[in-house]
Design a protein around this ligand. Structure first.
Ligand SMILES: *[C@@H]1O[C@H](CO)[C@@H](O)[C@H](O)[C@H]1NC(C)=O
Ligand SMILES: *[C@@H]1O[C@H](CO)[C@@H](O)[C@H](O)[C@H]1NC(C)=O
Ligand SMILES: *[C@@H]1O[C@H](CO)[C@@H](O)[C@H](O)[C@H]1NC(C)=O
Ligand SMILES: *[C@@H]1O[C@H](CO)[C@@H](O)[C@H](O)[C@H]1NC(C)=O
Ligand SMILES: *[C@@H]1O[C@H](CO)[C@@H](O)[C@H](O)[C@H]1NC(C)=O
Ligand SMILES: *[C@@H]1O[C@H](CO)[C@@H](O)[C@H](O)[C@H]1NC(C)=O
Length: 523
């Protein structure tokens, strides 16, 4: 067996530079000097305003993680978002927040001529994706990868659905453009909003379907905090005494029907009574447990009062409002994560190599469920057709088929290495600020103003300035196609003429010989 592994060996050649240290008259003199790593930031703009339309909850964490790095590097960061978030959080208390109710938007940066950077976790909404990538949100038959789809589905998802989206958003886009005109900001005809700026993407290929991004879209994910809340001693005890535990959490701001919650709890009880699992931890978050039926009737005839479950009297079920999710996922006894497939939860599950059962509910979740299933570390459920038997058989597969765990570990490799890229995210923001020094002009109030298109010229692909036809080289390839067609047609025509000529010659000659023959016969 080992003999087959020889080709995996990595040969490292060490060039030992004997000139590194030379001895001169007994004193050591080095010929090498440390490269200068830092740049002069003395007159770099230091104030950063971070605007979000989301208030609080887990969606703000990744960008605040980058803010923390920038604060450590000496920048003055202020968050502008609804809700009272940073003051009430443990990790991000150092970042001051201005609580707002209205939307933060890129147009403001255009108006005030400030450098601006966008941040998102999903790509479907900010970039016109190459047609091979779509999303279930676009309609039936549309998937995150259209690789194996029929011509019909590919046509619908690449042409018909995008046109429908443009039609649907036309009115609101016109409204926004009218407001833009009022405040003197140029119009934009993409209903997704301004996409001609630098976007940081909290994601990574492997989870995202691989594709080529323009340089303005830079992957820096998965962004995860370096520290996380520990298990309570109760939870620690529960996990260490239940070696086959499933963790259930359906996100912090969405919920499904009470019937679906009841089905999930019924499945959890059946899984325990069939000894497939021995523990279930459920973080109910926004769900009101009093909407559950009063009893759960198991297939073996046992009747379990719901109040026993809610009050944690059942020895194998642990129900709580909020759970230290990352600590639970990190525990070796957590074998399956039943999740809604939010991007944060998906990243944490990959980072901890926990196979997933995904019950997507809205937004990007159906797409994430497909992505996770494509990685081979997850199976998905349907919220419209949630069945106890389906959940049981899928949990059984996730536990028993080795491939789910192996693929989760593959994703863990990617997630762990890529999680260092939050520092790259902070670097990219610093690049913008340092460029602003050189591309900006001071206005009469002494404030730095910069044209964003000029600022980003090193990363804007030239084709975007060339228009659709020239940018895609349609004129050149069109001409090449026409030349090829003309060549083929004239060659074909020439060939036809030659064949015709030869045929005529031949038939003439054979007729002549025929006539000669019949003449000879007659004589
Ligand atoms: C930090 O930013 C806030 C808001 O942008 C501003 O009020 C404050 O003066 C800044 N502090 C420094 C030291 O620049
Ligand atoms: C935000 O929360 C902090 C800490 O709980 C509190 O001191 C502060 O008054 C709150 N601010 C607002 C505007 O509610
Ligand atoms: C499409 O089919 C091929 C061949 O069966 C498979 O390798 C690939 O993973 C499939 N792609 C998707 C997105 O299902
Ligand atoms: C986490 O909490 C558990 C129990 O509450 C404790 O045993 C453990 O030492 C803690 N871990 C760390 C790293 O503090
Ligand atoms: C949950 O629902 C019950 C009855 O439907 C209600 O009395 C209770 O206030 C609700 N709890 C919360 C936290 O909404
Ligand atoms: C469970 O069984 C009890 C008594 O047999 C019955 O009253 C109740 O309606 C059943 N509940 C469900 C959810 O089937």
């Amino acid at each position: 067996m080992y003999s087959k592994l020889w080709y995996l060996a990595i040969f490292i050649i060490l060039f030992i530079n004997t000139n590194l240290v030379t001895e001169t008259n007994g004193a050591k003199k080095t010929e090498f000097i440390q490269r200068e790593l830092d740049i002069d930031k003395s007159d770099t703009p230091k104030n950063i305003l971070v605007g979000s339309i989301l208030g609080g909850v887990s969606h703000l964490n990744p960008i605040l993680e980058i803010c923390k790095i920038l604060v450590d590097r000496g920048y003055n960061v202020t968050l502008l978002a609804p809700g009272n978030f940073t003051a009430t959080s443990t990790l991000y208390r150092s970042i001051p927040q201005i609580i707002i109710d209205n939307f933060a938007c890129f147009d403001l940066a255009w108006k005030l001529k400030k450098p601006v950077v966008g941040y998102t976790s999903g790509t479907t909404y900010f970039t016109p994706p190459p047609p091979i990538r779509s999303d279930p949100i676009m309609g039936r038959g549309c998937h995150v990868s259209m690789e194996n789809e029929s011509f019909y589905n590919r046509f619908i998802c690449a042409v018909v659905q995008p046109l429908r989206a443009i039609w649907t958003f036309q009115d609101s886009l016109n409204n926004i453009n009218a407001i833009r005109a009022e405040v003197g900001v140029s119009k934009d005809h993409d209903f997704r909003g301004r996409t001609d700026t630098l976007f940081l993407l909290d994601n990574f290929f492997g989870f995202e379907v691989p594709t080529a991004w323009p340089p303005l879209h830079q992957e820096i994910g998965p962004i995860l905090p370096d520290i996380f809340p520990n298990l309570s001693s109760d939870l620690d005890l529960f996990l260490s005494t239940h070696p086959r535990t499933m963790y259930i959490a359906l996100g912090s701001c969405i919920f499904t029907t009470p019937e679906n919650y009841a089905t999930i709890l019924q499945s959890a009880l059946e899984l325990i009574h069939q000894n497939i699992l021995d523990g279930v931890i459920w973080a109910t978050v926004k769900f009101n447990e009093s909407e559950l039926p009063t009893t759960f009737n198991l297939s073996n005839g046992n009747i379990i009062p719901t109040s026993n479950l809610i009050n944690n009297l059942h020895p194998h079920i642990y129900i709580m409002k909020y759970a230290p999710q990352f600590a639970i996922l990190s525990h070796e006894n957590t074998k399956v994560f039943l999740s809604h497939g939010g991007v944060g939860s998906s990243h944490e599950s990959m980072y901890t190599a926990t196979p997933m059962l995904v019950l997507p509910i809205v937004f990007d979740q159906p797409g994430n469920a497909e992505r996770l299933e494509l990685t081979g570390m997850a199976l998905k459920l349907s919220k419209f057709d949630l069945k106890v038997d389906d959940i049981i058989s899928k949990v059984e597969r996730l536990l028993n088929e080795e491939s789910f765990k192996t693929n989760a570990k593959r994703m863990q490799v990617l997630a762990k290495f890529n999680s260092k890229r939050k520092y790259r995210g902070a670097d990219l923001i610093e690049i913008m600020l340092n460029w602003a020094k050189y591309d900006g002009n001071k206005n009469e109030n002494g404030e730095l103003e910069v044209d964003i298109q000029t600022l980003l010229r090193s990363w804007i692909t030239p084709d975007s300035r060339m228009g659709f036809i020239r940018g895609n080289y349609l004129d050149v390839f069109g001409a090449a196609l026409i030349i090829t067609l003309v060549l083929f047609i004239s060659l074909g025509y020439g060939f036809y003429k030659v064949v015709l000529f030869a045929f005529r010659k031949w038939s003439l000659r054979s007729r002549e010989s025929h006539q000669r023959l019949s003449k000879a016969k007659n004589e």
